[in-house]
Ligand binder design. Structure first.
Ligand code: NI
Length: 381
């Protein structure tokens, strides 16, 4: 089945500022078969779309969300992250059944498709149900279980969240015609003990898969981490071997120069969630410095409950405006940069576009084991 889009403006994102006016796009089956200025030959069209006064651009990528959280949209407003999460969200999420997660994710997928999102990186629980929804929808998704300590602290091999994430990997990684990939999803340094984080890191290395984690979202997260471990979340995660080119670090609102150098060195991608960071009063991420360092910066909506929608156009809008205002610099996050964050940078984060001319350093597992033993000894374990 071939579809032609004609007379349209095409924002290819393949070369800086390349925009084709009055161009043609052919979609053949599930592939883009042609993009160009001249009308192509050799296709037979089942459908022709007049794209006049419209633009065609790559599918948008939502690189950090919790799709089933559309079910708790508007449930708790005007609260800071810790209060919102521990006193409102976690208790109500504990009531959800697998079927709720399926329908929540299905609803979220419809909402994302409506605003042009074709891929998303998701962290939740009962993720088998999210995978079912993704499979049926035709979307592309990078899924993981939000892993937290659970009631077997200090015994990672007994952790039920980790077991769920592992099962999810075995059942769904590479499935749905390759549209689903499964990462490991340690929630954050405040929800996971270092031993658990190391266990996850080791498993991700063995499976050759990536990591999706919340990092330095609030000042409290940083202060608690420094108090407990004597270092920032980024430095701690690096010691444990969790930072690499297949790591999506969501937020990074409160990162120091040193943290940013580590993120750059390890080739980590940052998922920036401006609306969520504003709504929860978490702060303004140092976007200008992250970009100057050459760190790959993608966009996310976070869950609908901290947003309250799943619209990457809104995130592009805010990402561009906040940085201009905060930095007193109208050139900061220009239009091409903003659209890159919403499209190609997301693809780079998932390894769909290979980042060239970049050298990545990853910590080796022997060093990580040594570090984790030191941390355990300091904690008296
Ligand atoms: Ni989140």
């Amino acid at each position: 089945m071939d579809i032609l889009i004609k007379n349209t403006t095409i924002v290819t994102m393949s070369n800086e500022n390349e925009i084709i006016q009055d161009g043609f796009v052919v979609i053949s089956g599930d592939r883009i078969a042609y993009v160009g200025e001249a009308e192509p030959e050799g296709f037979s069209y089942d459908r022709i779309i007049d794209g006049r006064n419209k633009a065609v651009l790559p599918g948008l990528m939502n690189m950090h969300t919790h799709s089933p959280m559309v079910l708790v949209r508007g449930y708790a407003d005007d609260m800071c992250l810790q209060d919102w999460l521990f006193n409102k969200i976690f208790p109500v999420e504990a009531q959800l059944a697998p079927e709720d997660v399926y329908w929540g994710s299905t609803y979220a997928i419809m909402e994302m498709l409506r605003s042009g999102i074709t891929s998303f990186a998701d962290m939740y629980f009962y993720v088998n149900e999210v995978a079912r929804a993704v499979n049926l929808s035709g979307m592309r998704a990078c899924l993981c279980t939000g892993i937290q300590n659970g009631d077997k602290i200090g015994r990672p091999e007994k952790n039920s969240y980790l077991a769920e994430n592992r099962r999810l990997y075995d059942e769904w990684n590479g499935r749905a015609d390759g549209r689903i990939s499964v990462y490991m999803g340690p929630h954050s340094v405040y929800m996971c003990e270092p031993e658990l984080l190391y266990y996850i890191s080791d498993l991700a290395h063995q499976l050759g898969t990536g990591i999706h984690i919340h990092v330095s979202e609030t000042i409290k997260e940083n202060l608690d981490c420094i108090k407990r471990y004597g270092k920032s979340p980024v430095a701690l995660l690096d010691e444990i071997g969790l930072l690499g080119p297949k790591t999506i670090a969501a937020h990074c609102v409160h990162v120091s120069e040193e943290d940013m150098n580590i993120l750059k060195d390890r080739g980590v991608s940052v998922a920036y969630n401006p609306t969520s960071n504003l709504k929860l009063g978490s702060g303004l991420a140092p976007i200008k410095r992250l970009l100057q360092k050459g760190i790959n910066l993608a966009l996310g909506t976070d869950g609908a409950s901290s947003n309250n929608n799943l619209n990457i156009f809104e995130e592009m809008h805010l990402a561009a405006l906040i940085s201009k205002g905060a930095e007193l610099d109208s050139t900061c996050v220009d239009a091409f940069e903003a659209v890159s964050m919403a499209t190609t940078n997301g693809a780079k984060a998932l390894g769909k576009i290979i980042m060239e001319n970049r050298e990545f350093n990853t910590i080796d597992s022997e060093q990580a084991i040594y570090n984790i033993k030191r941390i355990a000894a300091r904690l008296g374990r």
